[in-house]
Design a protein. Structure first.
Lengths: 131, 99
């Protein structure tokens, strides 16, 4: 199992219920293939940085899921076929998150020491400045 | 030859001051080092979705700001580069802006 972030952009003029249908359809793909849906985030309408299929705006949707590679392949296949999806991108994030949490842990270990040291320095500086 | 006794000469004075005391008075650092923003803020993961943050590292033209200008350290510049390229792919950032 790996963690993926799948982001896709829907047409800006797509009616609400249509968008909802596409999203639930994508969610169903994840769960039906044995994946675990972490979260679904509708990031709303945004201006695109460049033209995509003659659109300058789009509705961004983000799916975060723990699943197998086959699930992502299936998702991508569907998005390619689905007409309202104008752009998509899937990114594997578990390795980077692991690395980030590891760094954070190492930092919190040493932060207590550093804090006490800095506090002592600050105390000395404020004592010296009035003179 | 008669005027050789140096210490009394005009140019001798300042030269001695400059030359003799120069070893200690010479500036060692020409420029202050820039500190990496991501190190200062303790950011481990640079998110490609954070377009506002990434936008600070792309000037008008849309190119990635070199680390010699921004002062970002090498590990963070690598992560930043990856985040910017991902953001470009999903149309959050431009590949090239106009003008």
């Amino acid at each position: 199992m790996r963690t993926y972030e799948v982001m896709f952009i829907l047409k800006p003029d797509l009616p609400e219920e249509e968008a909802e249908r596409i999203i639930t359809q994508m969610e169903a793909v994840v769960t039906s293939t044995g994946g675990l849906l972490r979260k679904t985030d509708r990031m709303g309408r945004r201006r695109l940085a460049y033209f995509v299929r003659r659109y300058r705006e789009g509705q961004y949707v983000l799916l975060e899921a723990e699943c197998e590679a086959a699930t992502v392949l299936e998702l991508e296949r569907r998005m390619r076929v689905a007409e309202p999806v104008i752009k998509f991108q899937s990114v594997r994030i578990d390795e980077e998150l692991k690395r980030a949490s590891k760094l954070q842990q190492a930092r919190s270990k040493s932060s207590a020491r550093r804090k006490s040291k800095r506090g002592a320095e600050r105390g000395a500086a404020s004592a010296a400045s009035p003179a | 030859m008669g005027s050789q006794p140096g210490p009394s000469r005009g140019p001798g004075g300042p030269r001695r001051e400059g030359g003799g005391g120069g070893g200690g008075a010479r500036r060692q650092y020409a420029r202050r080092r820039k500190v990496c923003r991501f190190c200062a803020e303790r950011m481990d993961y640079i998110d490609y979705k954070d377009a506002r943050l990434l936008g600070q590292f792309i000037p008008e033209r849309g190119k990635i700001l070199p680390m010699r200008t921004s002062g970002v350290c090498a590990p963070h510049q690598r992560r930043l580069m990856r985040a910017i390229k991902r953001a470009r792919n999903i149309a959050l950032l431009p590949f090239a802006s106009d003008v």
